[in-house]
Design a protein. Structure first.
Length: 285
């Protein structure tokens, strides 16, 4: 117990301990590899409860990006703990994704050691808004006095709509060598499977997660539908009220909406009538 307490207050020891536990797993890994704010945390938790093989949840699998992300994480944690003027909390919340990415980078998929990958996509503007609120507190945008107008300015000025449109080319294709946009996807079915000799990928739409239990069971060969849990939902956060106000009242530049819904990402995963509904749901400035 004393050793665990000491380890929980030392980043490098905690990381080594986590990596050591990962090495104990055996079998084909299932990797939940998605952009943030898509329901990936719920998916990973549900899989860990249901299957006996290793499950990982990661957002990046590029060594350079991972190194920079780890540095940002440690810097932000030091600043947060310095501001608290309280006893340093034990553990490193949020670091597990970084450590799991490092573990996987040392064991890339091959035809002899393949991965099962589950990726969830989300209507890109909704994903961008959710991701913005997830980081807004850390960046000071949710300080007292924040309004829908001030948040809209921060959202637009920092181009939060762009990352989801580039994620598959910047993260997925570069890491797994698979061009998702070069493979067919049926929006009406709302999920699909693509593969290479080294990876099998299940693509799910967050808007249709009611289909996920059966789709995951078929993909992984489970005997019954996956029991889904609910994790990391914006409506449960401290900023839930402001988030709801923003979604209800925000007005976005027309050119931003056009860029999002004319993108390759949006047109690949969603039918034209769906894109029209999405566009109309966001008010134009």
């Amino acid at each position: 117990m004393i050793a665990r307490k000491i380890a929980s207050r030392n980043y490098e020891i905690s990381k080594r301990y986590a990596l050591m536990k990962m090495r104990r797993g055996s079998g084909t890994p299932t990797v939940v590899f998605s952009m943030g704010k898509t329901g990936s945390t719920s998916m990973a938790r549900s899989l860990r409860d249901a299957i006996g093989t290793p499950v990982f949840q990661v957002f990046r699998l590029d060594a350079d990006d991972l190194h920079a992300a780890e540095r940002r994480y440690r810097d932000s944690l030091r600043r947060a703990r310095a501001r608290s003027h309280a006893a340093t909390p034990a553990g490193y919340p949020g670091a597990s994704h970084l450590w799991e990415s490092q573990f996987l980078l040392r064991r890339p998929p091959t035809p002899d050691s393949p991965w099962n990958v589950i990726t969830i996509v989300r209507e890109p503007m909704a994903q961008a808004v959710s991701a913005f609120f997830h980081s807004a507190g850390r960046l000071g945008h949710l300080d007292e006095g924040a309004t829908v107008e001030s948040l809209t300015a921060a959202f637009v000025d920092n181009d939060y709509h762009r990352p989801p449109l580039r994620w598959f080319s910047r993260e997925f294709k570069r890491s797994l060598g698979l061009d998702v946009f070069g493979q067919p996807f049926e929006p009406g079915r709302a999920w699909g499977v693509v593969s290479t000799p080294a990876v099998r990928v299940l693509l799910l739409r967050r808007e249709n997660l009611d289909l996920a239990p059966a789709a995951v069971a078929e993909f992984l060969g489970l005997s019954e539908p996956l029991a889904m849990t609910r994790e990391n939902v914006a409506g449960d956060k401290s900023y839930a009220g402001l988030y709801r106000d923003f979604v209800r009242e925000v007005r976005l530049p027309k050119e931003m909406l056009e860029a999002v819904y004319a993108s390759r990402f949006a047109r690949h995963f969603y039918a034209q009538d769906e894109l029209c509904r999405f566009r109309e749901a966001w008010r134009v400035a």
